[in-house]
Design a protein around this ligand. Sequence first.
Ligand SMILES: Nc1ncnc2c1ncn2[C@@H]1O[C@H](COP(=O)(O)OP(=O)(O)OP(=O)(O)O)[C@@H](O)[C@H]1O
Ligand SMILES: O=P(O)(O)OC[C@H]1O[C@H](OP(=O)(O)OP(=O)(O)O)[C@H](O)[C@@H]1O
Ligand SMILES: [Mg+2]
Length: 411
Amino acid sequence: MSILLPTNLQKCPSPSLSLSLSLSPSPPPPIHSPSPSSAFSYLGTRRRCLRFVTSSVASLQSSVANGSAPAAVVVERGQIRLGLPSKGRMAADAIDLLKDCQLFVKQVNPRQYVAQIPQLPNTEVWFQRPKDIVRKLLSGDLDLGIVGLDTLSEYGQGDEDLIIVHEALNFGDCHLSIAIPNYGIFENIKSLKELAQMPQWSEERPLRVATGFTYLGPKFMKENGIQHVAFSTADGALEAAPAMGIADAILDLVSSGTTLKENNLKEIDGGVVLESGSCGKRRALTDRKGALNTVHEILERLEAHLKADGQFTVVANMRGNSAEEVAERVLSQPSLSGLQGPTISPVYCKQDGQVSIDYYAIVICVPKKALYESVKQLRAVGGSGVLVSPLTYIFDEDTPRWGQLLTNLKL
Ligand SMILES: Nc1ncnc2c1ncn2[C@@H]1O[C@H](COP(=O)(O)OP(=O)(O)OP(=O)(O)O)[C@@H](O)[C@H]1O
Ligand SMILES: O=P(O)(O)OC[C@H]1O[C@H](OP(=O)(O)OP(=O)(O)O)[C@H](O)[C@@H]1O
Ligand SMILES: [Mg+2]
């Protein structure tokens, strides 16, 4: 999934205006963009916003082409709008992710498409289908969004105004790939190159590919120099197309690979169109009042949460003569250095009316995967009473993605 944010919203009224303008013959704006898996991206659209300001016709066309109803009056927005998936496999995950960041989306009922996050009073949440989130970011009707990288790439079509703020949200993991039957004339075909070189394809009888990715599919084939290709499209269950005789190959999302296997299809070398989180940063400017602060806060919470997600806090007691001596023993073990080094504090015990220091408490962060190894190492150097608790946040001094975003925005 990805988070997106538009820029310069202060200068960007919501698209709207009179119905007669919809008759204008100007071409519709780009509609698609890619992103398998989870990425969080903010879209910025200074150029597009400026276009809205200067051309009301363009604004209305964006609204119409993107399926949003044109408003009757141009209204400047004070609230920042965050688009979340209204349904599908990412809907609950997106809300859960925000919840893990202590940002609680208050939706009165599931059919109400607007909601609030009390922790972000200047932000309103709008629930939309993922592709409409990208379209509405492009049109300026949304400022931020969480979508899959495949959706972002397909419907954003490489628009430079889309900025990915966070590209790896740890959910919706999948990739976009070409698959062919593992039987018949394709039995021995193992790569895209071999597929392209099959003598069967010609101008009259091209390789037929079924896909829902009608922007990324042709782009990928063109970039790979594959000439004789024809695309067909459907809304789902594409894996049935080869067996039905409708297509030779498919281009679709793959996660576990089960659907391919169950339909006697296989992936091929060089056939991955989009890897999880492979979408690059895009330049744009973000200038709506308060928007950058909101982006900063969401980003910080996200980064801190995602970083903490893989770690435990481990506390243990250790007998010793001084903090330094205990530190030496702890640091002699490879998995006990924590994020920056162990915190070691004296434990004050009262015995026979006397306060003495016989023990030291050590506190470290340990990767979840290395927990048991770390406990063994702690015991090996005299650790006892080991307490393990989950971590909610790890706030670093700075968020590298924030610096990267500012650089992208030339701020
Ligand atoms: N099998 C999968 N495993 C993991 N993530 C997936 C998978 N399929 C899709 N996704 C991710 O989840 C996003 C939403 O997929 P979902 O199937 O919920 O909606 P959709 O395919 O856009 O719409 P619909 O299937 O309702 O027509 C996709 O854009 C992709 O990023
Ligand atoms: O590799 P897998 O884990 O088997 O997942 C891949 C399948 O999941 C998605 O379909 P979805 O479930 O969204 O159904 P759809 O085709 O109706 O969109 C995708 O389009 C593949 O068909
Ligand atoms: Mg689907």
